[in-house]
Ligand binder design. Sequence first.
Ligand SMILES: Cc1cc2nc3c(=O)[nH]c(=O)nc-3n(C[C@H](O)[C@H](O)[C@H](O)COP(=O)(O)OP(=O)(O)OC[C@H]3O[C@@H](n4cnc5c(N)ncnc54)[C@H](O)[C@@H]3O)c2cc1C
Length: 388
Amino acid sequence: MIDFSITDEQKALRDLAKDFAKNEMIPKAEHHDHTGEYPKEILKKAFDVGLMNMHIPVEYGGSGLGVLDELIASEELFYGCSGMATAILANNLALAPVLLGADDYVMKKFVQPMTETFTLAAYAVTEPGAGSDVAGIRTTAKRVGDEYIINGSKMWITNAGHADWFFVLAKTDPNAGHKGMTGFIVDAKTPGIIIGKKEKNMGQRCSDTRGVTFEDVKVPKENMIGKEGEGFKIAMGAFDKTRPAVAIGAVGVARSALDHSIRYANTRNAFGKPISVNQGVSFMIAEMARDIEAGRLLCWQSAWLIDNGFRNTYQASIAKVFCADMAMRVTTDAVQIFGGYGFNEEYPVEKLMRDAKIFQIYEGTSQIQRVIISKFLNDGVGIETPNA
Ligand SMILES: Cc1cc2nc3c(=O)[nH]c(=O)nc-3n(C[C@H](O)[C@H](O)[C@H](O)COP(=O)(O)OP(=O)(O)OC[C@H]3O[C@@H](n4cnc5c(N)ncnc54)[C@H](O)[C@@H]3O)c2cc1C
């Protein structure tokens, strides 16, 4: 039976996130966009009300929520401000590979404390020379006694300037391709970690993105996630959970653009009547709504699959590419509906258009999602659905 209703708990979570977006994020979004100031106080409040680290299992003190639960909350946070929301949800990205592969020691040492104390984490995989081609990373982790020594540089790492720990993907066997990669938790206080300057990005400007260099950084072998050589599988497996969440972020941004467009089109007059009475404008708005609804359903489907034990890589890529491209289109149309005012930073929609662009780039570009989808279709195997 197909059932699109959400539970009372999910409604409560959605309302919590909606109120948080309305009261804490929206009033400060413009300030943080203009200044680029990191919204640490807002993140701390999000932690206090339970909107961070939603997937930590109950046995380690967390709320143990599923991917669909996260999506329901995240859409509201991204509606509020996607720069802040990316910063809030970067912890989930860093935690995703850890929750897939960590043993009890790591869970107790690094994950459990996150349920008690405000902690920030970062997912450090991309490098200056390798983004889409993860197997091309050059950071190494060399075993010396009971430690690994990490050397290399990471790039575009969200929350890097504030992180308490990093999930780092490194090569433990540089000759074994993606099978020679291993994941580690690295305490940010470890000597040898050099944090780069905060990058000035086109959108989501208050989110903290930096390069990070590791120079002879010593990591105890106990901080390894999974086994040696399992890092690529774990880091990629994490995307099955995080891509639906990124895709719903694009839905949140697009929904904000839609709401602004409806309000503006009903109050802006041209030729003696509101511009919304023109079919050329109202159809643009109708198409925004159509695509937002479709995008949300794709996100929910991919989340439902993984929450219910099915592999969702194919559907997560479809949700990610559809929603990212959709948000870019919808926010561009919103700017169009605002006319000259849309192009001006005193009005809200140019921020949304700038913010939307990153959804086509991070967590696998729109091209890479198409590569994944094509591979599934060409192989003719691996698309798992409850009805297959
Ligand atoms: C604001 C921001 C935050 C980020 N946060 C994080 C983070 O927290 N952690 C992290 O590890 N990374 C993060 N990233 C990195 C992000 O995931 C990468 O930028 C992204 O994966 C693309 O890699 P690249 O920039 O090296 O581009 P490249 O891989 O060099 O790609 C350049 C272009 O070539 C295209 N291309 C590449 N290969 C193919 C192919 N096979 N077929 C077709 N087209 C192809 C790409 O789609 C793209 O258009 C972040 C990036 C940004 C900008």
